[in-house]
Ligand binder design. Structure first.
Ligand code: CA
Length: 229
């Protein structure tokens, strides 16, 4: 899952990003509201959630939220703020924020609020995500493969493997290109080496029990990959 973080306090932003990366979120972190808004106009990126601070340079989190809603963009937004008066909370929610977290907060609470927001997303209703014979567990970062004979194989995935498989599972039976994978799974500014996607696919196939076979994750030469779950 990819998450947009807009927070101008360097220490807090870095701490949030670290915690979220550990939870297998790909995080794009902006410190300026207007830059985040401009980037959101780039339709290549599919965000699952956004965490937006209220007070920001460039464009306030409140205005960012209003702009999103005026475009009929329903990206779930958790707003962060030091403002804790009731009328300010109401202003934030009226602007289109889905939830509200008052600084200072505990990271465990932030994660719990994000899980709650995520459950509202139609694709991910629980801690599990199933496509065909594959089930991802968001709590343990494990994948379960069910075989036609009823046998099950469970494997732990690294964060990158988990993100990659999740992306393929969100686009089953579709060809996804290497560039799409890089755009979606590597953060802005990261410059992955050229064969990194192929290497991750190879690791993932091994974890899925595909030692010599490519039936589950098929390579479409010169184009990309396709999940046949
Ligand atoms: Ca701020």
């Amino acid at each position: 899952m990819r998450l947009l973080l807009v927070e101008d306090e360097p220490d807090l932003g870095a701490a949030i990003k670290q915690v979220l990366n550990h939870e297998a979120y790909v995080v794009d972190w902006f410190v300026d509201g207007f830059q985040a808004w401009e980037y959101l106009q780039n339709k290549w990126t599919e965000y699952t959630l956004a965490i937006v601070d209220w007070m920001l340079p460039g464009m306030s989190g409140l205005d960012l939220c209003k702009q999103l809603r005026s475009q009929n963009n329903h990206l779930p937004v958790l707003m962060l703020t030091a403002k804790d008066r009731l009328e300010e909370k109401i202003i934030g929610l009226d602007a289109g924020a889905d939830d509200y977290l008052i600084k200072p907060f505990d990271m465990a609470e932030l994660l719990a609020r994000l899980r709650a927001l995520r459950r509202r997303s139609p694709q991910i209703q629980s801690r599990h995500f199933q496509v065909g014979c594959l089930t991802l567990n968001y709590s343990t970062h494990e994948v379960t493969r069910q075989y036609p004979n009823g046998n099950k194989q469970v494997n732990s995935l690294t964060i990158k493997e988990f993100q990659l498989l999740e992306y393929l599972m969100k686009h089953p039976h579709q060809i996804v290109s290497r560039d799409q994978i890089i755009n979606q799974l590597w953060e802005i500014g990261a410059e992955p080496v050229s064969n990194v996607v192929a290497a991750q696919i190879r690791l993932l196939r091994h974890k899925l029990g595909e030692i010599e076979s490519e039936s589950l994750i098929e390579t479409i030469y010169g184009v990309g990959y396709r999940l046949n779950a």
